[in-house]
Design a protein around this ligand. Structure first.
Ligand SMILES: NC(=O)c1ccc[n+]([C@@H]2O[C@H](COP(=O)([O-])OP(=O)(O)OC[C@H]3O[C@@H](n4cnc5c(N)ncnc54)[C@H](OP(=O)(O)O)[C@@H]3O)[C@@H](O)[C@H]2O)c1
Length: 258
């Protein structure tokens, strides 16, 4: 097994962003890599995003950690998804069981592929806190090395129900929806309200939200999704220390709730 930590870093999500638009993917992924983003997250569920991501990485594959998913109740279809991923990415660095679908069934072949060197780490994801009991049980099996859950100032269930477990078990944490699916960036606090965060390298509200996520020491990667190269560059800048302390985190929580 590889070392636990993946971060703290900002990655790039691809749900409902580049889709099958290979040219858009090339622009966004290129901007993200140039800005220092190294981890990209995808899934067979994301409407062609894996294929366009693979094409966008092309000669830059070695610069990226590719996290993607297996999403099927059928073992046969799961293995076909994996075969396509190997075609597009060469190797899958983080292979996640999407939304816990048939996780017990998929584990043994995923472990064999990891043993063969085609997979780096095996992970599991769920977007809904209603599934956190089952997610916790899956982690307790000690077969998953990463978990992906939502976390942002208004969606914090994983703090009590999943993160204590990841800390205890040494599981790396990837955070989906760090910007609340975009809803949180629409309420833009004034520049004056963010003044005290400037010493932490924060210039913009999305950066404040991303730094809030990464300042929880139990979190490794925040993966904001974007189809905008400028947003990718802006987000990348939040992946550097210094990290927030409790006071700065409380300020962001207050501003997100206003
Ligand atoms: N949503 C889920 O339930 C879910 C489930 C499983 C996995 N994931 C993974 O987690 C990733 C992140 O979740 P998400 O994409 O649903 O939500 P998110 O990252 O919280 O928010 C994405 C939204 O934020 C906007 N955005 C990103 N950076 C911005 C910036 N700097 N300034 C202004 N707006 C910005 C994007 O619009 P622009 O395109 O205009 O930048 C997009 O509308 C997904 O892409 C996927 O890889 C998500």
């Amino acid at each position: 097994m590889e070392e636990r930590r993946l971060g703290p870093v900002v990655g790039l999500g691809t749900w409902d962003t580049v889709g099958d638009d290979a040219e858009l993917a090339r622009v966004v992924v290129g901007a993200a890599l140039d800005a220092g983003i190294q981890l990209v997250d995808s899934s067979p569920m994301y409407g062609g995003a894996e294929r366009s991501l693979g094409a966008a990485l092309d000669r830059r594959r070695a610069e990226a950690t590719v996290a993607t998913k297996i999403w099927s109740p059928s073992l046969e279809e799961g293995r076909m998804q994996f075969a396509r991923q190997v075609e597009w990415f060469g190797r899958v660095d983080v292979e996640q069981v999407h939304n816990l679908v048939a996780w017990q069934e998929h584990l043994s072949w995923l472990e064999a592929e990891r043993e063969a060197g085609q997979i780096g780490r095996i992970g599991v994801t769920h977007y809904d806190s209603a599934a956190f009991d089952e997610l916790g049980r899956a982690l307790q099996m000690r077969q998953f090395e990463t978990v992906q859950v939502p976390l942002n100032p208004v969606e914090r269930e994983c703090e009590e129900r999943i993160l204590p477990l990841t800390e205890e078990l040494g599981v790396a944490v990837i955070v989906m929806r760090p910007l609340g699916k975009g809803a949180l960036v629409h309420r833009r606090p004034s520049p004056e309200a963010l003044e005290s965060l400037r010493d932490f390298g924060v210039e913009t509200w999305p950066q404040a939200l991303l730094k809030w996520v990464l300042s929880d020491e139990r979190v490794d990667v925040a993966i904001p999704g974007t189809r905008d190269a400028e947003h990718a560059r802006e987000n990348a800048a939040a992946g550097e220390p210094p990290w927030f302390g409790p006071e700065e985190r409380r300020l962001v929580e207050r501003l997100a709730g206003d």
